[in-house]
Design a protein around this ligand. Structure first.
Ligand code: CP
Ligand code: NVA
Length: 313
């Protein structure tokens, strides 16, 4: 199994902290792990290693894919919920980080402010993995890229169109697609485009990989000729008070059969899930394309196992 020594003890917080070759190496490792562990059930390569997972927000996929992934590698995981330690309130993030570093071999954090994860990592002597912040969701994008590769057996020349809210998933998709040379068009309503800094970072990467990056406001134009149509909820965790207002703003940005007519005939749909069917995607379209979406959810586990194996010493 090809596990790079270069990534040992590295934090996994921003995709742009990794070279395109390093990210590709992680996808290759995920493919290897998926094949081998589907045959053997588990391997004991992380026996005796412990993963601590902290959540300030709900999770189904991230929690279970990390926990079960860690178990399949022979290691243990421990989940702490927000009400148990109240990150940054009961004691400082700096102290929490230094304590967890004394017990565990890696830590995942899902919280609101991206800066809190950066602060945690600064004080952590073990790898800190970003399990979603308001700014980004890099683990999700590694699973998405794995799913794209399994479908098309290539990266370069593919066109992905993200339709909807320019949120944490979109920000990471931009750097992810740029790193793998995938062209990406984001179609969002005015004022809901992805983070400007993240767009600029992706454009810098794209200069080297040749990927094209476009941020537009027209959903049909974005879907034109796309191989992959991607969406996420209109209201992310923490924005619940804006849900009604957002339904109105985003109503033209639904993935449905009309929009899919603009995409390539064999295009796939990706959705990080959870889905709010009837909002960002209609029920029938979701069901029609759901096989890939649930493979994508499965791939969270394989992609993250590759990350864990690479960063844990
Ligand atoms: N896609 C994703 O991160 O799902 P969860 O919020 O359920 O972890
Ligand atoms: N943008 C969504 C992603 C959920 C996995 C959120 O932050 O709620």
């Amino acid at each position: 199994m090809n596990i790079s020594e270069n990534l040992k003890n590295k934090h996994f917080i921003n995709l742009e902290d990794f070279t395109p070759d390093e990210l590709k190496g992680l996808i290759d490792l995920a493919l290897e792990l998926k094949k081998e562990i589907k045959q053997k059930g588990s391997i004991d390569i992380l026996k005796g290693k412990n993963l601590v997972m902290y959540f300030s927000k709900p999770s189904l996929r991230t929690r279970l894919s990390f926990e079960i992934g860690m178990a399949k590698l022979g290691g243990n995981s421990y989940v702490i919920k927000q009400d148990e330690i109240i990150l940054g309130k009961r004691e400082s993030i700096e102290d929490t980080s230094r304590v967890i570093s004394k017990y565990a071999d890696a830590v995942t954090i899902r919280t609101f402010a991206h800066n809190d994860v950066e602060t945690f990592a600064k004080y952590s002597s073990i790898p800190t993995i970003n399990a979603l912040t308001d700014l980004s969701h890099p683990c999700q994008i590694m699973a998405d890229i794995l799913t794209i590769y399994e479908t098309y057996k290539s990266y370069k020349g593919l066109k992905l169109n993200y339709v909807g809210d320019g949120n944490n998933v979109t920000n990471s998709l931009l750097t992810g697609c740029a790193s793998f040379g995938i062209d990406i068009t984001v179609s969002s309503p005015k004022g809901f485009e992805p983070d400007t800094n993240e767009i600029n970072k992706a454009k810098e990467i794209a200069k080297k990989t040749g990927s094209k990056i476009e941020i537009i406001n027209d959903p049909a134009q974005g879907a034109n000729g796309a191989d992959i149509i991607y969406t996420d909820v209109w209201t992310s965790m923490g924005q619940e008070a804006e849900a009604e207002k957002r339904k109105e703003i985003f109503k033209e940005y639904q993935i449905n059969e009309n929009l899919m007519k603009h995409a390539n005939k064999d295009a796939i749909i990706l959705h990080c899930l959870p889905a709010h069917k009837g909002e960002e995607i209609d029920f029938d379209t979701f069901e029609k394309y759901s096989k890939t979406v649930f493979n994508q959810a499965e791939n969270r586990m394989w992609a993250q196992m590759a990350i864990l194996l690479s960063v844990i010493k």
